[in-house]
Design a protein around this ligand. Structure first.
Ligand code: ADP
Length: 234
């Protein structure tokens, strides 16, 4: 079943064109990676889907899913890295948007505990978020995003700044959520090798035109062959 469709999306910052006619769709269970050059509009597109930034032309169509059922992991900022709260509170705060109030129920706490278990952070639940490593912080924020949804996650470069081992670990966790928990994933990444390894669909945004299709179709494009080497496995 198709969950989300974007038709000819255009977005601007004042006079600066940020997203230039992007179209793609995701079905339930898809793992879509959005790749492409810096400044191509990948982060802006995610904000457009979430309604955090205005779309000037085109439309986003949600099928059987509400905006409140989308979990979002924005790019990491210094403020987030320095957030002085216990891990369990950060994870639980993911329930706020869902419920629209500040008081947590027993069910909220149960869901937060389950998501900490899934992300393997139960043992650090009482630690302060700002004392954690970058990889641990990203797991906490992913658990937080899961508190908002178990249907669709929008992840903006969740592995940026992480070392290669932690990055691989993070990809495996996201794959686990996708394959074992049935969470649909849309993820912006610079890491094309990992994108073609884990995603079943690719949206490649470039200033001179976009590609959208299956990972296999992407591997057959001249651009992918140039980046990855002839057989796509370099
Ligand atoms: P990507 O995520 O692909 O690197 P972005 O979505 O961050 O691209 O940016 C797309 C374009 O919009 C770029 O030209 C960038 O400079 C511009 N841009 C991004 N954020 C802002 C902002 N807050 N104000 C003005 N221009 C912005």
């Amino acid at each position: 079943m198709q969950l989300l469709k974007c038709e000819n999306i255009h977005m601007n910052y004042d006079s600066t064109k940020a997203v230039n006619g992007v179209s793609f769709s995701v079905d339930e269970g898809d793992f879509l990676c959005i790749v492409g050059e810096n400044g191509a509009g990948k982060s802006t597109l995610l904000k457009g889907i979430l309604g955090l930034q205005k779309i000037s032309e085109g439309r986003v169509i949600f099928n059987g899913i509400k905006k409140s059922e989308i979990g979002y992991l924005p790019q990491r900022t210094q403020v987030q890295k320095d957030f002085p709260a216990a891990v369990k509170e950060v994870v639980l705060s993911g329930r706020i948007g869902r419920r629209g109030k500040l008081f947590y129920s027993a069910e909220d706490r149960q869901i937060a505990a389950e998501n900490m278990e899934t992300m393997k952070i139960s043992d650090i639940r009482n630690k302060s978020f700002n004392e954690l490593s970058g990889g641990q912080q990203q797991r906490v924020l992913l658990a937080r995003a899961l508190c908002a949804t178990d249907r669709l996650l929008l992840l903006d470069e969740p592995t940026a700044g992480l070392d290669p081992f932690v990055t691989e670990d993070m990809y495996r966790l996201i794959e686990h959520l996708n394959l074992e928990h049935g969470v649909t994933v849309i993820m912006v990444t610079h890491d094309i090798k990992s994108a073609v390894k884990y995603a079943n669909k690719i949206l490649c945004m470039e200033h001179d035109g976009d590609f959208f299709g299956t990972t296999q179709e992407y591997l057959d494009t001249p651009a992918a062959k140039r980046i990855l080497g002839g057989d796509g496995n370099a």
